[in-house]
Write a protein that binds this ligand. Structure first.
Ligand code: SF4
Length: 922
């Protein structure tokens, strides 16, 4: 690779699948990231996460060497052990005693070989993926309605639509580039109607003409009501229904039964009658309507029904497969779609072929030359970890994901892995809550080193290209899997030397016996089955299918009214709305909703490395409605304990009427690597949808109470401290300098003990900043003496330091600053109450090469000297612009629009994700 080469690749975060232009300086391992102007998913735009990718490629924290029971080993030893252990487990307990748990982070080629190994050659269906938690309800809904897992439309439909409905989707934060594209369409065409359907008032409501804040779980009632309304208004497309669908009468009957008047619907959904009527009438009067939906629909015990309730009203009006209209699932992960294509979900086999007929299974077996192919679906995610817990699955291989954080009932998942006989984790990061429990760690390539393909929400396949050579001994996932497969005796079937060979095979399988005689399948890449290495390297983004009929790809499916069911007709599904399985009760009276934040990705293993992404929402928080806050004696910015039947967490209280009364919201991201007690997965209800088996992550009954620490405080430190895994013996959150090799030994027994230090007596959060680490702390017991507890430990660091100190034992206050060579090294503020200074000014001092006298004097006040402004909480992560700065220019310059603010401060002019907050400040 040449230095400073420009490489076209794809963002590794959300399902928008943005193209990236990367100018690479391999020698210094640096990269300049910008949006790829030619990529049809983003046309040059990136969100805050994508823009910060260059900050996440450092080698610190990377897993660079295979490890077996905590010891560095060579690849041969690690691979032999994995293969031998799997073979022995299968010999003793059968093939269903082993499992693979994959991820939407895997490239399609990695996914393909993992799935082929498990389902084709080990002979078990036990390969599932974290996409089960994300959009398996969409998969099931598509399959029921269309006979295939097909996303009908494409992003270009945004520009064509007359009305866009965002359902259970905070796209402004979770699919920011798509949202910005819709915002631009709305600004250019104010007649475009935007309706947001979400219990929460989110940033996506910023462009909404109508927000329906429906009762949690009442979506199907609203959509059934729409179907009934369409019938009453003679707004059905009867010709389309007759020609291209089946099951309409029963679906309409069920719809009418659940609410045949606007009034009944409004009462059940707990929204204003006029708002429901307005939504329905807008739907009638606008032909080109898109329904974009996401986890608010999918993550439900009736998620599949909700998906079909959406599809039903599109089928009833024939609004599908044509420009500007149709149901559209926004996928969560960069390659959730690629995983579906290869059969990464345990009920799928491969290439959109499932286990439903022996002919289908035999077809895949013939193609692979596999004589012990799995003949039934395997365990789905929740069942899989239950089976590990129960000892039925004895060896598991987890690839590129962090189930100890992201799974519902996550404490049980943690216990399951602690009990499991053999846990293999392949990951690019050394320290995750899941790698901590592995017997064998296999270092995989990181995003900037990987080479292969991903598929985004609109079926567009894009190349992810390597920017750098592999770090340390890290290897591609496909290579690791292939090596284990060969050692297990499947030499012939896993002879790949390059990703393009895997892609060719995947493309060939998609077209194998995929003709009318055997029943057409939607997923077909047969035109790429002979792709050369050269052409694969240069492959441009393209939407599948790519076959004889559509050699350049196909933007929309179903424009011909043909579906992949036995009859060729789409199926209406009669929906009987079901309430969530576990409603709130006396013991757990509130409903917990979970979701993503603007600037973090999943379990923060990469985004938390980029300092600017940690400033917008630095701590785990819980959003509470003002009435609930009053009822539960909670104050803004204090701490609270949230408890469910499954677990608990501590989070900072944010009181907001954007939250419905009776509901709480917590973000999904924090792990034990960054907090002592902020894993929301520990609380989440593990109940699953009976069809899709997707967990109900949006609806967990919980209770909340104030957490009353004896002391609270924060430390800002130039160097990382081992606060999160420090011992508790002195009774405080003892800060220790981070030693080399902390957590490096992934000795299973040692790591099992780590959790004993994390007790309810502590609240600790680590936040990486620009040239400093911030630690937010609180505890239930006071140390005898803060000075000896804190200062003595920090002095162990070694450099000669000057100290400023203030201690008031009576008030429980302690403040200290440690200065080395006139640079701030550490600053500590402890108080018996929560009266602590804001952190921004102090944090900014770490970027200075020398402190000024006035700054040294002001240190222990925590306030900037007179005349120096505090920027406040960071609003714009791209340009690091704080709330106070924005407020000041708005006031002083009389700014009226977010464009004015952008012109003045650049805030909101890159990814645009902070525009709703800027507008709120205006
Ligand atoms: Fe990446 Fe952001 Fe684009 Fe999603 S919207 S693919 S996170 S740049």
């Amino acid at each position: 690779m040449n230095d400073n080469a420009t490489i076209q690749t794809t963002c590794p975060y959300c399902g928008v699948g943005c193209g990236i232009s990367a100018i690479v300086d391999e020698q210094n391992r640096q990269v300049n990231i910008s949006g790829d102007k030619s990529h049809p998913a983003n046309f040059g735009r990136l969100c805050s996460k994508g823009s910060a990718l260059g900050e996440t490629i450092e080698l610190k924290g990377r897993l660079l060497q295979p490890k077996v029971y905590g010891h560095d080993v060579g690849w041969a030893e690690a691979l032999d052990l994995v293969a031998d252990s799997f073979i022995k487990t299968i010999e003793q307990y059968g093939s269903d005693a082993v499992a693979i748990y994959g991820s939407g982070q895997l490239l399609t080629e990695d996914y393909y070989v993992a799935n082929k190994l498990m389902k084709g050659f080990i002979g078990s269906g036990n390969m599932d993926t974290n996409s089960r938690l994300c959009m398996s309800s969409s998969v099931a809904g598509h399959k029921r309605a269309f006979g295939s897992d097909t996303v009908p439309g494409c992003y270009d439909d945004y520009e064509q639509a007359e009305m866009i409905i965002l359902i259970g989707s905070n796209a402004a934060w979770c699919h920011p580039v798509s949202f910005q594209r819709i915002r631009a369409v709305k600004e250019a065409n104010p007649a475009l109607k935007i309706v947001v359907i979400d219990p929460r008032r989110t940033a996506s409501c910023d462009i909404a003409d109508l927000h329906l804040s429906i009762a949690s779980g009442s979506d199907a009632i609203l959509f059934n009501g729409l179907l009934a309304f369409l019938s009453q208004q003679n707004a059905l497309n009867q010709a389309y229904i007759d020609a291209h669908t089946e099951g309409f009468v029963k679906a309409l009957e069920a719809a009418a039964n659940s609410g045949d008047t606007v009034e009944k619907v409004a009462v059940q959904c707990r929204v204003a009658i006029d708002d429901v009527r307005c939504f329905y009438q807008w739907f009638v009067s606008h032909e080109k309507v898109m329904s974009l939906y996401s986890q608010g629909i999918n993550q439900s015990s009736s998620g599949t029904d909700k998906v079909n309730a959406i599809i039903n009203y599109h089928l009833a009006t024939g609004r599908i497969g044509k420009p500007g209209m149709g149901p559209f699932s926004l996928t969560g992960q960069p390659n959730a779609m690629g995983g579906r294509e290869v059969g990464g979900l345990s009920h799928q086999l491969a290439a959109h072929i499932d286990f439903s007929s022996p002919d289908d299974i035999n077809r895949v077996a013939r193609f692979w030359g596999a004589d012990r192919i799995a003949r039934k679906p395997g365990l789905v995610a929740v069942e899989l970890f239950d089976a590990i817990y129960d000892g039925q699955v004895k060896a598991v291989w987890i690839m590129g994901t962090n189930p100890v954080v992201s799974m519902p009932n996550a404490d049980k998942v943690k216990l399951a892995l602690q009990r499991c006989d053999f846990v293999v984790v392949s990951d690019c990061m050394a320290h995750t809550d899941t790698t901590a429990l592995a017997h064998v760690l296999l270092p995989a390539l990181g995003w900037s080193e990987k080479d292969g393909t991903v598929t985004n929400s609109e079926r567009r396949i894009s190349r992810q290209r390597a920017l750098f050579s592999p770090a340390g001994s890290a290897k591609p996932d496909w290579w690791i899997i292939t090596q284990v497969a060969r050692r297990m005796g499947y030499e012939q079937a896993f002879q790949y030397r390059h990703t393009y060979e895997i892609f060719r095979e995947h493309a060939a399988l998609s077209g194998f016996e995929n003709n009318t005689a055997h029943g057409l399948r939607d997923f077909d890449l047969s035109a790429l089955a002979d792709i050369s290495e050269h052409a694969y390297d240069r492959l441009q983004p393209i939407q599948w299918p790519i076959n004889q009929a559509y050699p350049q790809g196909r933007a929309r499916f179903f424009d011909d009214g043909q579906f992949f069911t036995a009859s060729g007709k789409a199926q209406f599904i009669a929906i009987v709305p079901r309430p969530p399985v576990n409603p709130p009760d006396e013991g757990y009276p509130l409903v917990l909703n979970t979701g993503r934040l603007r600037d973090q990705w999943h379990t923060m293993t990469r985004t938390a490395i980029a300092a600017q992404l940690n400033q917008h929402k630095p701590e785990p928080f819980v959003e509470v409605h003002p009435v609930d806050a009053q009822r539960h004696a909670l104050s803004s910015n204090t701490l609270a304990v949230i408890e469910s039947r499954w677990g608990s967490m501590i989070a900072r209280v944010q009181i907001t009427d954007s939250q419905q009364q009776g509901s709480l919201f917590v973000p999904m991201h924090w792990t034990e690597q960054y907090t002592s007690q902020g894993r929301m997965g520990a609380l989440v209800n593990p109940v699953i949808d009976p069809v899709s088996k997707q967990p109900e992550s949006k609806h967990t009954p919980v209770r909340i109470k104030a957490y009353h620490p004896v002391w609270q405080g924060f430390i800002l430190s130039r160097r990382e401290l081992t606060i999160l895994n420090a011992g508790m013996d002195c009774g405080c959150s003892l800060p220790l300098p981070a030693g080399e090799g902390r957590g490096e030994g992934i000795q299973k027994s040692a790591n099992r003990d780590r959790s004993q230090y994390i007790t309810e007596s502590d609240y600790r959060v680590k936040i990486k900043g620009e040239q400093f680490y911030r630690y937010e702390l609180a505890g239930l017991s006071l140390p005898v003496d803060w000075r000896s507890c804190v200062r003595d430990n920090l002095d162990d660091i070694g450099e000669p330091a000057q100290w400023q100190e203030y201690q008031d034992t009576g008030k429980g206050a302690y403040r200290a600053a440690r200065i080395v060579d006139n640079r701030l090294e550490t600053v500590i503020f402890i108080a018996a109450d929560n009266h602590l200074p804001e952190r921004n000014w102090l944090a900014g001092l770490f970027s200075k090469t020398a402190l000024e006298t006035s700054e040294r004097r002001a240190l222990l006040t925590g306030q900037p000297p007179l005349g120096v402004a505090d920027v406040g909480m960071i609003v714009c992560a791209c340009f690091n612009v704080g709330e106070k700065t924005i407020r000041t220019v708005i006031k002083e310059k009389g700014l009226k629009t977010h464009q004015d603010v952008g012109a003045c401060l650049k805030a909101g002019t890159n990814c645009g994700s902070c525009v709703p907050e800027i507008k709120a400040l205006l």
